[in-house]
Design a protein around this ligand. Structure first.
Ligand SMILES: [Zn+2]
Ligand SMILES: [Zn+2]
Length: 242
């Protein structure tokens, strides 16, 4: 499986990532990607960027090294399902993702609460993708999450870093992600394969997902970011309901 767009990457602005926007874009160009989303963590992440970081993203060009640059965020879902950026900033961004992160406004402990918070975040029409819903540390009721993703037209991510056992341990739950793939196909929910790169050499690297893609029997048409054009179409459609 080959992706044209990597919709989850971090720059130095995240506070625990180590490359710049230019380095990410150049690496993407070298790997033949057509599009990347810059999705630094929301301000609730310790060491994360201030809100001004996001309101000033507009100074970036739409293309760098011939790669389409989507100005985005990986917002933090809080215990009550809110996200950590206000509407006036969210509406300026091309691509809003949201995920649950430890130490970032989140202290729920059970599956029912993780599920409720994730679904509440999806109800925000600005939220376009849920990052790492297969996270073993915050297990969700996958059927409820996929059903909500279908209803609110939200992408569910397969996060390559989650399955990079050498560097991230066992963050990704294989059983959950396979269940997610099966249900997403059943409910017609778009999936994305993303690197979650925190260093430019990892941009576009979805190698840790190879076995899962195979086991889940994913086809090109199940995966939105195999086509940058399909991503643009999804964004345009989402704008109409915001
Ligand atoms: Zn994340
Ligand atoms: Zn991330």
């Amino acid at each position: 499986m080959k992706i044209e767009a990597d919709l989850h990457t971090h720059t130095v602005a995240s506070g625990h990532a180590y490359s710049t926007v230019s380095e990410l874009a150049l690496a993407a160009a070298e790997k033949g990607l057509k599009m990347i989303a810059i999705t630094d963590h929301g301000p609730a992440m310790p060491g994360g960027p201030h809100l001004y970081h996001f309101s000033n993203l507009k100074i970036l060009p739409d293309y760098l090294h011939d790669v389409r640059i989507l100005q985005g965020v990986e917002a933090n879902i809080s215990s009550d399902g809110e996200i950590d950026l206000p509407e006036e900033i969210l509406k300026q961004l091309d691509f809003v993702t949201a995920g649950i992160h430890a130490h970032a406004n989140y202290d729920n402990t059970d599956m029912e609460e993780h599920t409720a918070a994730t679904i509440a975040a999806m109800k925000n029409p600005r939220v376009m993708m849920i990052t790492h819903p297969e996270n073993a540390y915050f297990p969700v009721d996958m059927e409820a999450v996929v059903e909500a993703a279908a209803k609110y037209k939200v992408i569910l991510e397969l996060n390559a870093s989650s399955f990079d056992r050498f560097r991230y341990g066992k963050r990704g739950d294989v059983g959950k992600v396979l269940e997610m793939c099966r249900l997403a196909r059943e409910y017609g929910v778009p999936l994305c394969l993303n690197s979650d790169a925190h260093f430019h050499l990892d941009v576009g690297n979805i190698e840790p997902l190879a076995e899962i893609i195979d086991k889940a029997g994913l086809r090109k048409e199940d995966v939105l970011n195999t086509s940058a054009e399909a991503v643009e179409r999804f964004l345009a459609e989402k704008k109409t309901v915001q």
